[in-house]
Design a protein around this ligand. Structure first.
Ligand SMILES: Nc1ncnc2c1ncn2[C@@H]1O[C@H](COP(=O)(O)OP(=O)(O)OP(=O)(O)O)[C@@H](O)[C@H]1O
Length: 197
């Protein structure tokens, strides 16, 4: 498996309905050659479900099996990951975590338009108000790689994607030799795995 990646892995996350897929649709057009992983689809296509949550009306993902399938792909770099769950990926393989946020009235309208039943709408609205997805991200990754972007309007999508594209260009400039895919242990402060000065 690849020891280094020469393009970043980017997670686009957020409460269901906040705009992950809409944002990724535009982002993958702007980031040429990137592979896009909608994890709900990826889990289904790779037989990574381990059950069904009747209460939430959603599949339960076998995270170990998911990562077994996904890690070799993420080690190649240049990945866009679209999922409302963000705290299951190995920190050493993630370069940017974009947490999309959405105003509650907008989120209600979107989820209602999808025909979600009231309990599922309420659960997601509560999660968005509490900032659950953001909290998961800041607890799982270095704070400086977690970016919170508002996603209420179509203009927001365009400006958010532009910011991510700018970040990606800067990342490539700053990492001409890529970065290591390997775990560097708790005390290495050099993400490239080179001996620090
Ligand atoms: N920034 C935005 N401005 C206006 N409408 C938006 C925005 N983001 C998403 N939408 C609309 O909200 C709905 C849900 O968007 P989308 O499917 O991208 O959300 P999601 O976060 O991927 O949801 P899920 O996690 O359930 O797949 C879509 O109808 C989309 O057009």
């Amino acid at each position: 498996m690849e020891a280094r990646r020469y393009g970043p892995n980017i997670i686009v996350t957020g409460t269901p309905g906040c705009g992950k897929s809409s944002t990724c649709e535009l982002l993958k057009d702007e980031l040429k050659g990137y592979k896009y992983y909608n994890i709900s689809d990826f889990a289904k296509d790779n037989d990574c479900f381990e059950g069904y949550d009747e209460g939430r009306k959603s599949h339960i993902v076998d995270e170990d099996k998911l990562l077994d399938k996904l890690e070799p792909l993420l080690r190649q770099g240049n990945s866009i990951i679209d999922w409302h769950v963000n705290d299951v990926f190995p920190e050493r393989l993630i370069d940017l975590v974009v947490v999309l946020r959405c105003d509650n009235s907008n989120l209600y309208a979107r989820l209602n338009a999808r025909g979600y039943h009231d309990s599922k709408i309420e659960e997601n609205l509560d999660a968005e108000i509490m900032g659950v997805v953001k909290q998961d991200a800041v607890e799982s990754y270095e704070p400086h790689i977690v970016v919170e972007l508002q996603s209420d309007t179509k203009e927001d999508i365009v400006s958010n994607v532009a910011r991510i594209v700018t970040w990606e260009k800067m990342w490539l400039e700053q990492h001409p030799d890529g970065v290591t895919n390997e775990y560097q242990g708790p005390h290495s402060d050099d993400e490239d795995g080179e001996d620090s000065e």
